[in-house]
Write a protein that binds this ligand. Structure first.
Ligand SMILES: [Zn+2]
Length: 324
């Protein structure tokens, strides 16, 4: 039996999360560190390798027992190795596998397999193997938070696309009339309406258009959570924002159905914590917009929350090593 440990890494714009998995597949140690964003993210992989070395020392494990590293990154990844831009880390296009292998080798690890993947794809794999996706061979995980991501698994396999862009639904062009730019450089992307910033922007705009009383009028730094909490207590502006975001997301799910036709859509990310307040308008919009073949697709919340990415990064490497 394989006696090697696997390190799973979930790389975010604020924190890097780590999980160390035993040969039996158990997460034996997990921790996080603030992401070293200096110098266009040049030190992030060095930092990850340092963290790995410290963890092995702390756990009393020989460095040669590291068998592989799975790393989820907030951007597109091609073929498990080439990063195709991560805007919020300052990264362009480069061979992450090669660079991380070098950083690990410089710290005394052997040459280990590094499997990189998009963070939403990692979260989808996590839910597929350990969470709300366990019962589905064909599923999509949609994460709605600061941005909107999606990972698509068909017939038990993650689909990443030829250019690493499969599931990038946050940038589906949903409004050709938009004049404001999205962070990606285009205008009218789904994210501009249904991610956290879009929900807040919509609410502020609607508040200025009327004098209807609202709990939200007097909050100094309005957040999407404030808006959805207000919706849960029946506030008209909160309800409007939830309905509008739900409408846009439901249409996007109908588009995914038309291409990939998954059995289930799992909704994760910070916005999903609002529960039925956001889930109900998503379901209603989906049922109205989807082609008749797929109206029975399940829409439900994801289960693993912040751990999905770590579990998915682990399984991405495990599957790769088992099929080698
Ligand atoms: Zn965009």
């Amino acid at each position: 039996m394989n006696q090697e440990y696997i390190l799973a890494v979930d790389l975010g714009g604020t924190f890097i999360k780590f999980g160390l998995f035993s040969p039996a597949g158990e997460c034996v140690y997990s921790w996080k560190a603030r992401t070293a964003l200096e110098s266009s993210g040049d030190f992030i992989l060095l930092q990850a390798a340092e963290e790995a070395r410290s963890a092995f020392t702390y756990c009393g494990l020989p460095l040669e027992s590291l068998g592989g590293v799975g790393i989820g990154v907030p951007g597109a990844v091609i073929g498990g190795r080439i990063v195709n831009r991560c805007v919020n880390l300052g990264w362009g296009v480069f061979d992450l596998r090669k660079q991380l292998q070098q950083q690990l080798a410089d710290r005394g690890f052997g040459l280990v397999h590094v499997q990189a993947l998009n963070d939403a794809n990692a979260a989808a794999l996590g839910e597929y193997y350990c969470g709300a996706g366990k019962d589905y061979r064909d599923m999509a995980l949609i994460t709605i938070g600061t941005g909107i991501g999606c990972g698509i698994i068909l017939d038990g396999r993650l689909r990443e696309g030829a250019f690493g862009g499969a599931g990038e639904i946050g940038h589906l062009p949903v409004n050709p009339a938009e004049t404001a730019y999205c962070g990606c450089g285009k205008r009218g992307c789904l994210e501009q309406y249904a991610a956290a910033g879009g929900i807040v922007a919509r609410t502020k705009q609607q508040l200025t258009k009327s004098n209807t009383p609202s709990l939200l009028r007097h909050l100094p730094d309005l957040t999407a959570k404030d808006v959805l909490d207000a919706a849960a207590s029946g506030d008209p502006f909160g309800l409007d924002a939830a309905r509008f975001a739900g409408e846009m997301i439901g249409r996007a799910l109908a588009c995914i159905s038309g291409v990939a036709d998954p059995q289930a859509f799992l909704i994760g990310g910070g916005i999903s914590e609002a529960g039925d307040v956001i889930l109900d308008p998503i379901k209603e919009s989906f049922r109205r917009n989807v082609f008749h073949t797929s109206t029975d697709a399940v829409i439900r919340t994801a289960e693993l929350k912040n751990d999905a990415g770590i579990y998915g990064a682990y399984h991405a490497v495990r599957v790769h090593l088992e099929n080698e």
